[in-house]
Design a protein around this ligand. Structure first.
Ligand SMILES: *Cc1c(COP(=O)(O)O)cnc(C)c1O
Length: 420
């Protein structure tokens, strides 16, 4: 299915021309395809069916209520990393019994909130955290179901800022100390161990690190069982990479991922949880922006657009490649552009030396693969309002988050005299 494609020379999201949306909501805006999100969810749930898998959508990838709601309606759970995300997941209709809570720095307040909701599982990242959860559970007269996040010391071969499974990363409990942690958990009140958990990084384009990590986890499960621990769930985390470059990338297929799961942990008779974020929504969204100016400085031709690094941070933060195309499919001469935004720093660059048909002020360009880690990482730097989000479903589109107005942005501040 090609949910984002040219039709009669114009860029469409499903059956809606992005130009039509731009005329209504203005640019820049995020545009998501409902069909694309649902197709991805069905694909991963289908591929992992034999493991009775619970697909816990990693809400941090895109936490809009409309997206979470679609996934909730299909049976997804949620992987959350803060009280705010837990509240978003619950508000969108994900039952607490399908929420797993990850993160290295859960506060007492957050832990108490999670216990009151009776979430499915805490993915515990340290022994100190375990003790805090136990004390909170006793105070509230609840049982905390826990898995330890194990750091398997595997290099995911991804960008250093999103690699999480190496010994030097802050995440999880080193696999050498796992036995000790499980023994302690067994002795603590208010704690019931459910299983093991891991998450080795994001945008992983090769299955070998998954295979290595899952194999280590399988050995650990067998060790723990020999020591008398009950391990009924394995949470394999997220991290599966996607194609950002239509021409060149080769993301692993979901069936091959399922084969690795079968081969490494399939014999353990555990319920499998996965926590995909990017894989579910990354290619289900684009960012549509207008060309404001074009100019040439020396040998460099600039395409200056109305989206900026505050709207979409991945290119400047991770040096991420995103395909960027014109809204019009034309025979105009191809030009190599540096594509930049309005923010006053050189980091506000989406791409360098990128080939596009010649563009002019007022034309639209589309940044593809912007569904994950796009809107959620946006800020209002330069007092630029957060940009709207739109979802398309067949012939219809709806605004699923509005552009705030300037007055309401400024009204968040309190002048000194009024603050007194
Ligand atoms: C970020 C994160 C995910 C999702 O990662 P993706 O690469 O988007 O699939 C899943 N689990 C945990 C614990 C995370 O921190």
């Amino acid at each position: 299915m090609n949910t984002f494609a040219y039709r009669d020379g114009h860029y469409f999201a499903e059956n809606v021309a992005v130009r039509q949306i731009a005329d209504v909501v203005g640019t820049p805006f995020y545009c998501y395809s409902r069909a694309a999100i649902e197709a991805r969810y069905d694909a991963i749930a289908g591929a992992l069916k034999e493991f009775d898998a619970l697909v816990c959508y990693a809400v941090k990838a895109n936490s809009n209520q409309a997206l979470i709601g679609l996934l909730a309606a299909r049976g997804a759970g949620a992987d959350v990393v803060s009280e705010g995300e837990m509240r978003r997941a619950l508000a969108a209709g994900i039952p607490a019994s399908k929420i797993v809570y990850s993160g290295v720095a859960k506060t007492v307040r957050e832990i108490e909130f999670a216990l009151q909701q009776d979430i499915r599982q805490f993915n515990v990242e340290s022994e100190q955290e375990l003790r805090v959860i136990s004390a909170a559970a006793v105070r509230l007269n609840r049982i905390a179901h826990v898995a330890f996040r194990i750091n398997p010391n595997v290099d995911a071969g991804t960008h250093e800022k999103i690699s999480t499974g190496k010994a030097e990363n802050k995440f999880g409990i080193a696999i050498e100390y796992a036995r000790r942690a499980y023994d302690e958990a067994r002795a603590l009140p208010g704690i019931e161990v459910r299983g093991v958990d891991l998450h080795i990084g994001s945008q992983i384009m090769n299955l070998a690190p998954f295979e290595a990590a899952f194999s280590r986890i399988a050995e650990l499960v067998e060790d723990l069982r020999r020591a008398g621990h009950t391990i009924s769930t394995i949470d394999l985390g997220g991290g599966l990479g996607i194609n950002y470059d239509r021409q060149n990338d080769k993301a692993p297929g979901i069936d091959d991922y399922a084969k690795i799961v079968r081969k490494t942990v399939g014999h353990l008779d555990c319920r499998i949880i996965v926590e995909p974020g990017r894989w579910l929504v990354g290619n289900a969204g684009v960012l549509v922006s207008s060309v404001i100016y074009t100019k040439t400085n020396g040998a460099t031709k600039f395409l200056i657009i109305d989206a900026a690094m505050n709207d979409f941070l991945r290119p400047s933060m991770y040096n991420a490649y995103h395909s960027i195309v014109g809204e019009q499919q034309t025979d105009a001469a191809q030009v190599l552009y540096d594509i930049v935004g309005p923010v006053c720093e050189t980091g506000d660059t989406f791409a360098r030396k990128r080939q596009l048909p010649e563009q002019d002020a007022g034309d639209l360009v589309v940044i593809e693969g912007a569904g994950a880690y796009g809107s959620v990482m946006a800020s209002t730097y330069n007092t630029r309002p957060l940009i709207p989000e739109v979802m398309v479903d067949g012939d219809e589109f709806r605004v699923i988050r509005q552009r705030p107005d300037y007055d309401s942005m400024i009204a968040l501040d309190i002048p000194w005299d009024a603050a007194g």
